[in-house]
Design a binder for this molecule. Structure first.
Ligand SMILES: *Cc1c(COP(=O)(O)O)cnc(C)c1O
Length: 222
């Protein structure tokens, strides 16, 4: 069995049933992704539009591509034909544009609202106040070609696991608030959080999707 297949097997045996695993394949060549595919993996995550658009046509069509990085508006059109889900929606403008571009090519896209809960200013996403305000103002309504399926977040990059846990707790609380306010639908069900270093804590706090790169593919060479 290849190392990638072994890593996947080990991870999936530890993940509770019902928690989905997105294999974060950024910076890895398509051959490595194919190995993961051959081991049964179907969900893949990329964080750069160009890279996703170039890899997708080289790999099997039943892969569900997830976009997980900061998405510039001028790159939306490039990824829409390929993605099943955009996890990193960080503004109402971006959401509106995704809806428009999806409608243009007759696609339906699932999206997650990215929450900014980490300490680093470089990370993007709605603050908790912003997302609740946008929901209250009806900014997430009337979108024919997107389904808002939940929230996504990254914790602060730190060894302080208590800090990480409290950020995941905030994400979970905000998910519940949004669901009560606006999204009392079965489609609003996903909490995407947890990476190689912190996924067990994320799962403890209600993650339904974890996004793992290094623990599957090894270290990235930038
Ligand atoms: C790279 C990345 C991951 C995976 O990180 P690892 O530490 O390699 O598991 C998860 N989420 C996002 C948004 C990423 O950019």
């Amino acid at each position: 069995m290849s190392t990638i297949a072994q890593n996947l097997k080990q991870l999936t045996s530890k993940l509770p049933t019902g928690v989905k695993l997105v294999a974060v394949s950024k910076f890895h060549p398509v051959e490595r992704l194919q190995e993961a595919y051959d081991a049964g993996q179907r969900l893949f995550g990329e964080n750069r539009a160009q890279e996703l658009a170039s890899k997708a046509p080289q790999l099997p069509v039943d892969i569900e591509w997830n976009f997980i990085g900061h998405l510039q508006k001028n790159k939306v059109r490039m990824i829409i034909p390929h993605v099943a889900m955009i996890q990193s929606v960080d503004s109402v403008e971006l959401l509106t544009l995704i809806n428009k571009e999806a409608a243009r090519v007759n696609r339906h896209i699932k999206v997650l609202l990215q929450l900014h809960v980490a300490k680093e200013q470089t990370k993007s996403g709605f603050t908790v106040d912003e997302v609740l305000k946008a929901a209250a103002e009806g900014n997430f309504e009337g979108l024919s070609n997107v389904t808002i399926a939940g929230v996504m977040a990254m914790a602060t990059f730190t060894d302080d696991m208590q800090q990480v846990a409290s950020e995941f707790e905030t994400v979970h609380d905000t998910f519940i608030k949004l669901r009560e306010m606006k999204f009392a639908t079965p489609e609003f069900k996903e909490i995407s959080m947890g990476m190689s270093d912190d996924w067990p804590i994320a799962v403890e706090h209600g993650a339904t999707i974890v996004r793992i790169g290094t623990d599957i593919f090894g270290a990235r060479e930038y």
